[in-house]
Write a protein that binds this ligand. Structure first.
Ligand SMILES: Cc1cc2nc3c(=O)[nH]c(=O)nc-3n(C[C@H](O)[C@H](O)[C@H](O)COP(=O)(O)OP(=O)(O)OC[C@H]3O[C@@H](n4cnc5c(N)ncnc54)[C@H](O)[C@@H]3O)c2cc1C
Length: 392
């Protein structure tokens, strides 16, 4: 890239993160992955260093930086090849917290946003249900108005941080055509959660199944306006998808660099495999494609900084293209590593597993194409986008 988007303040964050990742994450990833555990104490340690509040206003304990700081966080976290832990950190910081910042009362911000930025409370965003993933509008978990409280019944699945969270933003049905967001405290009576351990990748993250049985939730837990939840969620997806694109590029970049080094060290037929034309051309092709997806992901970040959720088209394109291409690149990284790529030792297998989520989580490839084709062909998708962002 010709222009450099990172300024001095971003580079300071990068230096601090690099040290943190080297000392606190990289040495432990193997163990967390093996145990399928997402350590609570990492949230606290990252909160203490200010890494969970990079883009949030200083009033709430953040640093007031722009979205390039999030890119720095993503790129530096990728150095540890801990896709699962990275996802847990993003599912805490960038899925629920922007909603509280944009829609919350001062009381709600004090109770949830501030301790989450400090790493004292772990957060999640609970949208998906066993019968409603892509089709958010068919959510069936209900919050019935009982006068002084809501009565919540239903279940959620695949919720990152779900079984370790202190609170989740819960998407509930509050009328036939309306969804609403509740700040749900996981200590509420009638709530239970399991961790789903049997999953393809992202092993160092928690994926929870949540159950709500006659849970009494105070009216003060309503986030934003009643029955506006669908629009809030559609807007919030933009930041999640942007981050997903950047994250997938970062994993692919990590896998490429590993492959480049490996190709120089590994010998076959009396020479390093990097001397074989098929391997060197594969590496050249991977490097080219990484440059393309990275440039496009950065362009989406720029547009997001300028336009917020209205950058939806570019973000949808970035999400779909960066995640699809990254998966292919990481697959080639396995091929370059031969049998060792199939083993856990080099970490390429883990990157491959983790990156496979990129075309599914936060909106599948098919849904991205559906959004794009609606805009291209029917010119309707933008009508759902309203500005809910708050400047840091
Ligand atoms: C590890 C992990 C972590 C997750 N974390 C969270 C989280 O923190 N919070 C949360 O709320 N959710 C989370 N999810 C859920 C995730 O966002 C959903 O899995 C995803 O949105 C897809 O929904 P689904 O699994 O129900 O698939 P479905 O919606 O059932 O889709 C199945 C297939 O049908 C296709 N399809 C569906 N509708 C259409 C259509 N209209 N046109 C064309 N094709 C279509 C899909 O693209 C897909 O290929 C997580 C999932 C995983 C696996």
């Amino acid at each position: 890239m010709i222009s450099q988007p990172f300024r001095e303040e971003h580079e300071l964050v990068r230096d601090a993160l690099r040290k943190f990742v080297t000392h606190e994450i990289t040495p432990n990833v193997q163990q967390w992955e093996r145990e399928h555990s997402c350590p609570r104490e990492i949230f606290k340690k990252m909160g203490d260093q200010g890494f969970l509040g990079l883009t949030f206003p200083e009033t709430y304990g953040g640093s007031g930086l722009d979205a390039w700081a999030t890119v720095v966080l993503t790129e530096e976290m990728a150095r540890s090849n801990a896709g699962g832990l990275s996802m847990s950190i993003y599912a805490h910081t960038y899925l629920p917290l922007p909603l509280i910042l944009a829609l919350g009362t001062e009381e709600q911000k004090k109770e949830y946003l501030v301790p989450a930025i400090q790493g004292n409370k772990i957060a999640g965003l609970a949208i998906t249900e066993p019968g409603a993933g892509s089709d958010v509008a068919s959510i069936r978990t209900t919050a019935e108005d009982k006068g002084d409280h809501f009565l919540v019944n239903g279940s959620k699945t695949f919720i990152t941080n779900g079984s370790i969270a202190d609170f989740v933003i819960l998407v509930t049905r509050t009328s036939e055509n309306g969804l609403s967001l509740l700040l749900f405290d996981t200590k509420t009576e009638g709530f239970s959660a399991n961790s789903i351990d049997d999953k393809l990748g992202m092993h160092s993250s928690d994926t929870g199944e949540l159950f709500f049985e006659n849970c009494k939730v105070p009216k003060s837990a309503l986030l934003g306006e009643l029955n506006k939840g669908f629009y809030y969620i559609m807007n919030n997806f933009q930041e999640e998808r942007l981050l997903g694109a950047v994250m997938m590029v970062s994993i692919a970049d990590w896998a490429f660099k590993k492959s480049l080094n490996y190709s120089k060290e590994r010998s076959a037929f009396g020479r390093p495999i990097s001397k074989f034309q098929t391997i060197r051309h594969k590496l050249a092709s991977m490097a080219t494609r990484i440059e393309v997806i990275k440039t496009f992901a950065y362009r989406a970040v720029e547009e997001y900084i300028a336009l917020g959720p209205k950058a939806m088209n570019t973000i949808s394109m970035a999400k779909v293209f960066c995640s699809e291409e990254s998966s292919r690149i990481i697959d080639e990284a396995i091929q370059i590593h031969g049998g060792w790529g199939y083993m856990e030792e080099y970490g390429i297998a883990r990157a491959w597993r983790d990156a496979r989520l990129g075309t599914i989580g936060g909106g599948t490839t098919e849904i991205m194409y559906e959004i794009l084709s609606k805009t291209l062909i029917e010119d309707v998708a933008h009508k759902n986008v309203v500005e809910t962002r708050v400047e840091a």
